[in-house]
Design a protein around this ligand. Structure first.
Ligand SMILES: Nc1nc2c(c(=O)[nH]1)N[C@H]1C(S)=C(S)[C@@H](COP(=O)(O)OP(=O)(O)OC[C@H]3O[C@@H](n4cnc5c(=O)[nH]c(N)nc54)[C@H](O)[C@@H]3O)O[C@H]1N2
Ligand SMILES: Nc1nc2c(c(=O)[nH]1)N[C@H]1C(S)=C(S)[C@@H](COP(=O)(O)OP(=O)(O)OC[C@H]3O[C@@H](n4cnc5c(=O)[nH]c(N)nc54)[C@H](O)[C@@H]3O)O[C@H]1N2
Ligand code: SF4
Ligand SMILES: [Mo]
Length: 700
């Protein structure tokens, strides 16, 4: 067997499971990836992406030098390929970027800059990013893909319990008793977690209730599968609550001691019977009753969910319908219970924790709280903007109406991930200045004026925080390609130049030798991180925050004694239909999401051997629909919505319910987001990626 030159322990850069990996390096290539058997959270397990998807790191398309658009200042701005850019030195690119940002701030004010930090980059990268945006540019307009992701889970959990992180650890999963999986295609999107969940069923005899419109693999392990029509979750979960109340299956002691609003809630749901829910959702009433009884009568029961719950115009209500169930039954605050939104990106938890959100500093400390702001002002030595910034979709609106003039995008690809790309494109065309920082030239980079080449996870040190709040390290395994630099180092250089041009008498502080120093600064300002440092992470392999002191063991499960808001809050909610339902012209529901082998806009996985396994865009169509449309397996079809159209290959499969088609959004040549709409949840502002109306026709 090929012997490695060296083996480097790291954390998988794909999903929020945060698997620990050993990268086997030969001649500066990762030639094999192994998983250590003794390390949490994956204990030797990896999925296809962790095992075979790391080769993007040495792909020849990696960005190696700063790039400047040849036709700077063109309006409307055009998307250009690599030939539309010229190479530049770091000095030239950073000076120009600083000049353009300063120009924007001086002409239009600080809030004319919108910025996107990255759930792919480290905690340290994101801490420095938001410090630069808030402390130097003077705006709180900083957000990231969490807005398109678990925003509605966060909004709902904040209302119900005052905290939004996953309440339990991955280690508890294999000992589950009863659990609900809803709106999560776990075996494709959190594959290693799905192996623990399946182990609970197969070896531990746990009962699994899947609530999902699609015939995903998890249904094969389910005791009960509630196959609702897309967008009807509130009806199903309200009816489960109704059964629990009507049959007095609720937990009296827990409700009395730890919740408020029960009486009002209980009387509000009595009309929402399983029979009513069946008429709305199509799920047989007896299945809803059985699911309610199974969940309520378990000793401990947990709920896991994903985008099927969150990415909806009623995503917050969907989440509240789940929190109501946990509060009714007391299935929270003990091992094997809890409310668990499975976090998507490798570091989406950490990006939010590190202050990558418009209304909070690191550790969710509000920017509009004078005391908190005074603490950061004293530490950073600058005055800070007291107004919360705009969220991702609000920044798009502000860019459209001219309030935002410049974008700084680090490690995101909005031109693939935002809904209604026709609209997103229009916004990008109008901006005065776009600065992009990435490891590849992606669809968003094509609109940039300046592109700064960053190192990937394999070429830098730092930390990611996984789905169960475990802070884990990445270590430099390979030399940086060309002149690329670590994100935090690039931002520090840029910040220094912007401060100089703004004639700041002193700096907010951007001198760091190593990310460990950045972590220490963040931890000093963020109580739940204060017990975590690099030495400890190296020794223990990872620590679950909250961890307030060095001798604190970390917190694998939350809410044992109380909730952050004190008592758990029951919420009275009403079922509302989705925004754009099928009609004669657009007779199908389009549901979008993911497949195992690809990642979002495909920037990384389509530059990996994974692309050979899943090389083209597909649409799942139910066999009965396919028959009526005259579509054969593997035929090419055109899918149209009110906003755009794409051509894809048909997969005729029972996975899709009749009347609903499913398209993964990974393929730029047939981007699903050409079809989607930007109807949003009123509270969480998250777009509905799971229900819009489309027409399907065979291409003859
Ligand atoms: N391979 C791969 N893995 C990934 C990612 C990736 O791009 N590729 N991305 C990561 C990220 S950022 C995220 S957020 C996670 C997302 O992980 P998931 O949420 O598991 O991903 P989706 O494919 O969006 O699947 C959503 C599920 O919701 C179901 N669904 C659709 N409509 C409804 C509905 O109305 N109600 C309910 N209850 N369910 C519905 C779908 O059938 C599907 O099973 O995955 C992470 N993991
Ligand atoms: N239709 C539809 N659209 C969706 C969704 C859906 O279900 N359906 N899901 C939404 C969800 S949940 C999410 S999370 C978003 C994801 O949307 P995005 O976050 O926009 O998507 P990614 O493709 O993950 O973009 C990550 C970028 O980071 C770059 N990158 C990787 N590592 C590094 C690094 O270390 N440094 C820097 N600077 N860059 C790096 C990659 O090259 C890539 O360009 O998509 C959303 N869009
Ligand atoms: S489950 Fe997630 S973290 Fe683990 S190997 Fe797969 S993509 Fe990586
Ligand atoms: Mo996500």
């Amino acid at each position: 067997m090929l012997q490695p030159d060296r083996t480097v322990r790291s954390t998988c850069p794909y999903c929020g499971v945060g698997c620990q990996v050993d990268l086997l390096i030969k001649e500066d290539h990762i030639f094999r990836v192994e998983a250590p058997f003794d390390a949490a959270p994956n204990y030797g397990r990896l999925c296809a992406k962790g095992r075979f998807g790391m080769d993007f790191v040495t792909h020849p398309n990696r960005l190696t030098r700063p790039l400047i658009r040849k036709n700077l200042g063109d309006k409307p701005r055009q998307a250009v390929g690599i030939e539309g850019f010229r190479e530049a030195t770091w000095d030239e690119a950073l000076d120009l970027a600083a000049e353009k940002l300063v120009d924007t701030v001086q002409k239009h004010g600080s809030d004319a800059v919108g910025s996107f930090c990255s759930a792919k980059a480290t905690n340290e990268d994101n801490y420095i990013f938001q410090k630069f945006i808030r402390g130097v540019l003077g705006t709180n307009n900083v957000d990231h893909c969490a807005r398109l992701c678990h925003a509605a889970s966060v909004a709902g959990l904040q209302i119900a319990i005052g905290s939004s992180a996953m309440s339990n650890s991955i280690a508890e999963m294999k000992d589950l008793d009863v659990f609900i999986v809803t709106g999560s295609n776990t075996s494709e999107t959190h594959p290693v977690i799905s192996t623990f969940l399946r182990q609970a069923v197969v070896q531990g005899g746990a009962k699994l209730i899947v609530v999902d419109p699609r015939g995903i693999e998890m249904t094969e392990f389910a005791t009960l599968w509630l196959r609702q029509k897309p967008g009807t979750d509130v009806a199903v979960f309200q009816a489960m609550a109704q059964v629990i109340v009507a049959e007095e299956l609720y937990n009296h002691d827990f409700i009395a001691a730890r919740t408020e609003g029960f009486d009002e809630f209980a009387s509000s749901i009595m009309a929402w019977t399983p029979e009513w829910a069946e008429s709305v959702s199509g799920v047989p009433a007896n299945l809803i009753r059985e699911a309610a009884r199974t969940y309520a009568s378990a000793n401990s029961a947990a709920i896991y969910w994903g985008m099927g719950i969150s990415q909806s115009v009623h995503g917050t209500d969907n989440t509240l319908s789940l929190t109501n169930l946990a509060l009714l039954t007391g299935h929270i605050g003990r091992p094997g219970t809890g409310l668990n939104p499975l976090r998507g990106q490798n570091n989406v938890q950490g990006c939010s924790d590190s202050g990558g959100l418009p209304y909070v500093f690191p550790g969710y400390q509000p920017v509009d709280d004078p005391e908190t702001r005074a603490k950061f002002e004293a530490n950073w030595g600058v005055e800070l903007n007291p107004e919360a910034g705009l969220t991702t979709m609000e920044m798009v609106d502000a860019a459209e109406n001219g309030a935002i003039r410049a974008y700084y995008v680090m490690g995101e690809n909005p031109m693939m991930s935002e809904p209604d790309l026709r609209h997103a494109r229009h916004v990008m065309e109008q901006l005065d200045f776009i600065l992009v920082q990435d490891i590849f030239l992606n669809e968003t980079g094509k609109y940039a004026d300046i592109i700064l080449p960053a190192t990937s996870f394999a070429e830098k040190d730092g930390t990611f925080t996984n789905s169960d709040r475990r802070v884990q390290q990445i270590h430099t395994a390979l030399p940086a390609p060309g002149e690329s630099q670590d994100d935090w180092a690039i931002i520090c250089e840029l910040a220094r130049r912007v401060e100089e041009k703004l004639h700041r008498s002193h700096s907010a502080g951007f001198k760091f030798e190593h990310p460990a120093e950045i972590w220490d600064e963040m931890a000093r300002l963020t109580p739940p991180f204060q017990g975590i440092n690099y030495e400890r992470l190296a020794r223990e392999g990872g620590v679950h925050w909250p961890c307030p002191t060095p001798d604190h063991p970390g917190t694998p499960y939350l809410f044992e004694e109380s909730f952050p808001r004190g008592k758990g809050q029951f919420s009275t909610i009403q079922f509302r239909p989705s925004e754009e339902l099928p009609d004669d012209n657009y007779p199908f529901i389009l549901s979008t999401g993911r497949v195992l082998y690809h990642w979002h806009g495909g920037t990384m996985t389509r530059r990996s051997q994974l692309d050979h396994i899943y090389p083209e865009a597909t649409v799942e169509i139910n066999p009965e629909d396919a028959r009526q449309l005259g579509v054969q397996e593997h035929a090419r079809v055109r899918v149209r919505s009110r906003r755009g159209q794409i051509e894809v290959k048909a997969l005729v499969t029972e996975r899709s319910p009749q009347g609903t088609i499913f398209i993964p959004f990974h393929f730029a040549e047939a981007a699903a987001n050409e079809l989607t709409h930007d109807a949003r949840d009123p509270q969480a502002k998250i777009p509905d990626y799971k229900v819009c109306a489309v027409a399907v026709e065979p291409i003859i």
